[in-house]
Design a binder for this molecule. Structure first.
Ligand code: ADP
Ligand code: MG
Length: 400
């Protein structure tokens, strides 16, 4: 491509709030927005516009919480740009424009990759899900070049750098602009259906909806149970017999956890171990006996459950985890915790409950432990609670 080549660019249609929030001239722009409000798409357009105004060798960064998400944005930008207008490097995840400017796609999960030179402008997507170190790295990079920055994300509690930056921007710091786009703004903008928002409102716990759709923080940092509610259920182990078991089987690197609740919903038995499958099966059979048990039968759990069921009295039921079934299971646990229908001792269970979080993905709300942490205790507890709350008649039908 020659330097003389001329291109005409028309910005894709964006609704007024998207334009206002992103396309201003302030150096720093912070946007707290609803999920599916069109944050990512408007910033893809913005970074592209920044880059087409750049020159040979200028760098532009797109930073997502993890590398895999950066890849999605990379593909979206490629779809939006005519093929003859860029050179893509799949392994480096870069797009080079005819003027020689390069757009890089990076993951905030690797803060060391966020130090660089000549970064003219950057977008931080889903910034409330970043580690603080990643922010420090990116900001130092932009400080040297006086680069522009747009940070966008959902509200996710108050204990993150993005939340604090937004508060600074909101209070009117020089060079910074703050905007909020709620789900209702996105409905008014024509990119989100009102029914979808109302459906989410009916289905999600209130604080989840408030954060994801209304941009209002909960004090619990994206914890679906509520920290105060979790703590209110702490009690010593019960010494009554177990009425229902919930068992989460260890997959590649985690733990097998078995939790037994008494007939009042108090944890009476709590076991957590790692061992070969034969030993695990033997241990579960001996421990559970003829008591009703709900066992994780996802993937490798399926044949394990079959072996355990052999010769049993039909008291072992399988549960297959999918994002939909896990969401339902966890919402059941949230209800039990919030209405104090379950009690557990201090220790692993409480730690995991407190760390547990929800995240919005393209397929819905995902409930899990933060990266690198475990949620086996939470899963076992949720399974036990679910087993407890199934009425006897329904239980018989389910085990037929
Ligand atoms: N201005 C727009 N024009 C057309 N579609 C849009 C617009 N803004 C958002 N969308 C659509 O809405 C959906 C969500 O947009 P996205 O940018 O992924 O939202 P967010 O990052 O806020 O979750 C996508 O399917 C996107 O194509
Ligand atoms: Mg997005």
């Amino acid at each position: 491509m020659t330097a003389q080549a001329k291109y005409e660019y028309t910005r894709p249609w964006l609704y007024p709030k998207q334009l206002e929030a992103i396309f201003h001239t302030k150096r720093y722009g912070m946007v707290e927005a609803s999920t599916k409000a069109g944050k990512t798409i408007s910033c893809i357009v913005w970074i592209f516009e920044q880059a087409i105004q750049g020159k040979d060798g200028d760098n532009y960064w797109w930073v997502a919480p993890i590398y895999a998400q950066a890849k999605i944005a990379y593909r979206r930008l490629k779809r939006f740009t005519p093929v003859h207008l860029y050179k893509a490097n799949e392994s480096e995840l870069t797009i080079t424009l005819p003027n020689g400017a390069v757009i890089w796609f990076k993951g905030a999960d690797n803060p060391d990759s966020l130090y660089g030179e000549d970064v003219k402008a950057a977008v931080g997507d889903e910034a409330s899900r970043w580690k603080d170190e990643a922010f420090h790295a990116l900001r130092s990079t932009l400080t040297a070049t006086r680069g522009m920055l747009r940070l966008i994300g959902n509200v996710k509690g108050k204990k993150n750098f993005f939340y604090q930056m937004c508060r600074r921007a909101e209070s009117g710091t020089q060079d910074m602009e703050y905007h909020v786009i709620t789900a209702y703004d996105a409905v008014a903008g024509g990119v989100l259906q009102l029914e979808e928002v109302e459906d989410a409102k009916r289905q999600l716990p209130e604080q989840v909806f408030n954060e994801l759709y209304l941009c209002k923080p909960s004090d619990d940092g994206g914890n679906p149970f509520g920290i105060a509610a979790i703590r209110a259920c702490i009690a010593p182990l019960s010494n009554k017999p177990v009425a229902a078991w919930g068992i989460d089987l260890a997959k590649s690197y985690d733990w097998t956890v078995a939790i037994g609740l008494d007939d009042e919903g108090r944890v009476a038995k709590f076991e957590r171990w790692q061992s070969p499958w034969q030993e695990t099966k033997r241990r579960i059979k001996a421990m559970v006996g003829n008591t009703p048990a709900l066992i994780d039968s996802t993937g490798v759990g399926d044949p394990v459950l079959e072996d355990i069921q052999e010769g049993s009295q039909g008291n072992f039921e399988g549960f297959k985890f999918s994002s939909a079934s896990k969401q339902q299971l966890m919402e059941g646990l949230a209800v039990a915790i919030q209405s104090q229908k379950v009690e557990y001792p201090e220790g692993h269970i409480v730690t995991e409950l407190e760390q547990f979080e929800y995240e919005y993905t393209r397929t819905g709300v995902k409930y899990s432990a933060p990266q690198g942490m475990h949620d086996d205790c939470v899963c076992a507890l949720a399974l036990a609670v679910s087993k407890m709350s199934v009425p006897k008649t329904q239980m018989r039908i389910r085990s037929l």
